[in-house]
Design a protein around this ligand. Structure first.
Ligand code: NAI
Length: 316
């Protein structure tokens, strides 16, 4: 396995951007890639840009960097850390993955999309590069089916929690082909270099933390609906009053992203044969309706809470 000095993060959403920031804070140079936008924004059009322009093609990763720089509390230790992240896109910059020491997949929580990406990564993979997935609970073994050759031994789940700079836990999930030395080296790297607390988890649906956490969030939502309580009432009871200042139920769901949360709940509901568990992990209609309307949480400005502008600052 290569000594890790550089990394690439693919997917610059809620987690990819936060992981890139944490790596940059720890002194690594990071390539942050996302897809090329399908259309121009009104601002692009007004300034005469086209879909061939690099600034447009890198916009998703570039916007993520801007968001991080304005995040409160700040995602970066200081401004110099942001300079270690280079934004790019998966069409123009994919070949650059062959030059990094660790590739982190942090794209949409869908098995087929992740498998397609892994097949593409294998085509440019250089021996000794670790490839990890940030999946919340999709089977590592099922993802590894997309890999044909020796990269399989270097592939594992490395599941960061949100927000990556502040949450200490990382679950490491080896597949049946993952080299044990790679798991041990990643555990040491995550603990000593990135300051994380690592738990090695089995490749079961949603691993450990999300199996428990998703169950609790869904149960809370069902209790709210059945009891006729409001979002504010439940957050008042499950947040600061319980000594959890930032982790009230619906604020957490908005932070996670409601679309991502539905995929994570489905990871269990679709893979269990236990009828009671299927029911416990079923997505409530209200949540599905919100996602259909585009209410995805903080990332879209509206979830259980709505982002409002106050004196120039945004608040959910
Ligand atoms: P997100 O929806 O915020 O971001 C996903 C990003 O991936 C988007 O920017 C999208 O444009 C990009 N993308 C999609 N397909 C792509 C492709 N083929 N190539 C390059 N980029 C692509 O999702 P989020 O929340 O960041 O989740 C990413 C992964 O991390 C998922 O597997 C999720 O389950 C996991 N996760 C999410 C947590 C959360 O709190 N949101 C916590 C821990 C893990």
């Amino acid at each position: 396995m290569k000594t890790i000095r550089t990394a690439a993060v693919i997917g610059s959403g809620v987690m990819g951007a936060g992981i890139a920031a944490h790596l940059a804070n720890s002194g690594l140079n990071v390539l942050l890639l996302d897809i090329v936008p399908e259309r121009l924004t009104p601002d692009d059009e007004a300034s005469g840009k086209s879909l061939a322009d690099r600034s447009v093609r890198n916009r998703l990763a570039g916007d993520a960097l801007t968001r991080l720089s304005h995040a409160s509390p700040a995602a970066f230790f200081d401004d110099s850390c942001a300079g270690r992240i280079k934004p790019g896109n998966v069409e123009d910059d994919f070949a650059a993955l062959s030059g990094v020491d660790w590739i982190i997949e942090a794209i949409t929580e869908k098995l087929d999309v992740k498998k397609q990406l892994l097949t593409r990564i294998e085509a440019v993979w250089s021996p000794g590069t670790v490839v990890s997935s940030n999946t919340s609970g999709i089977s590592i073994e099922a993802m590894a089916e997309a890999i044909a050759g020796p990269m399989k031994a270097f592939f594992l789940g490395a599941h960061f929690f949100n927000p990556p700079r502040y949450m200490q836990l990382v679950e490491l999930i080896p597949g049946s082909s993952t080299n044990e030395a790679v798991v041990a080296a990643m555990k040491t790297f995550l603990e000593r270099r990135l300051g994380k607390g690592v738990v090695v988890a089995k490749d079961t649906p949603n691993f450990i933390a999300n199996r428990i956490g998703t169950y609790g969030l869904l149960a809370t939502m069902n209790i709210m609906e059945a009891g006729g309580y409001t979002v504010g009432e439940i957050d008042a009871v499950t947040g600061p009053a319980l000594g959890r200042p930032k982790s009230a139920t619906f604020r957490t769901l908005d932070l996670v992203g409601l679309d991502t949360f539905i995929h994570v709940a489905n990871n269990v509901a679709e893979r269990t044969d236990d009828a009671a568990e299927k029911l416990a992990f079923a997505v409530p209609d209200r949540l599905a309706d919100m996602v259909r309307r585009g209410w995805l949480g903080e990332k879209s400005g509206q979830g259980f809470y709505k982002k409002v502008k106050e004196g120039g600052a945004s608040r959910i």
